[in-house]
Design a protein around this ligand. Sequence first.
Ligand SMILES: Nc1ncnc2c1ncn2[C@@H]1O[C@H](COP(=O)(O)OP(=O)(O)OP(=O)(O)O)[C@@H](O)[C@H]1O
Length: 230
Amino acid sequence: MNAVLEFRNVHASYAGAVVLQDVSFRIEEGQTVGLVGRNGAGKTTALMSVYRVPTVTGEILVDGTPLGRKRHEPASRGISLVPQGKRIFGNLTVEENIRLGRASRRKGQWTVDAVFDLFPNLARGAKRPGTALSGGEQQMLAIARALMAEPKLLMLDEPTEGLAPVVIDELVRALGEIRDRGTALLLVEQHVGMIRQLADSFLALRKGELVGGGPVADLESRAVQELIAL
Ligand SMILES: Nc1ncnc2c1ncn2[C@@H]1O[C@H](COP(=O)(O)OP(=O)(O)OP(=O)(O)O)[C@@H](O)[C@H]1O
């Protein structure tokens, strides 16, 4: 079966400085994968490679077919990203922000009502401006907007950064529901507790190379902990 997303021998660089070296992995339909590694290991760069933000060589495939270079191609082929730092539009209301996500013509399950069911806080504040939200609510809004593109794979870059434990619990619940509805997840996280709770498997990056991976239970092993300095 074709993977939802596959990297084959991907190298990525910024202005000639190599950041990712020979990275290969597959994410299968409905799978949840945690991507771990120390600061600067190349986790964000791996996600950005899908959008050709760094210079990329090697192959990136979606459903077995190479991904082209057009900016909107990942979204239209079912790959969505919730970037680090959320990037919501403060001058638009919560609901307007959500509707912006409906960029592709992909069919699926996510309506405005469905994302409001997933995030009741957002429903209660539908008419408020994006800036009026707490950090946790802004993260939920960014996820809600990404879902509107009906992704088969949702990639999240450090979604728990700066959030209180109670808000993280709420995010874990929502992401668990998204996963249970069949969406594959690629989670970049320093907070490995979240990966333990949600993921089937993990990939470990060190200095731009994929140096480990396996079932999520192996995240506990000493070798892996040393590798990624948990
Ligand atoms: N736009 C850029 N231009 C030049 N170098 C960059 C750029 N973005 C990242 N880098 C460099 O690439 C390397 C990997 O960074 P990246 O952000 O991918 O790591 P990361 O594992 O996501 O780390 P963090 O947890 O700190 O976000 C770092 O050395 C960083 O300085």
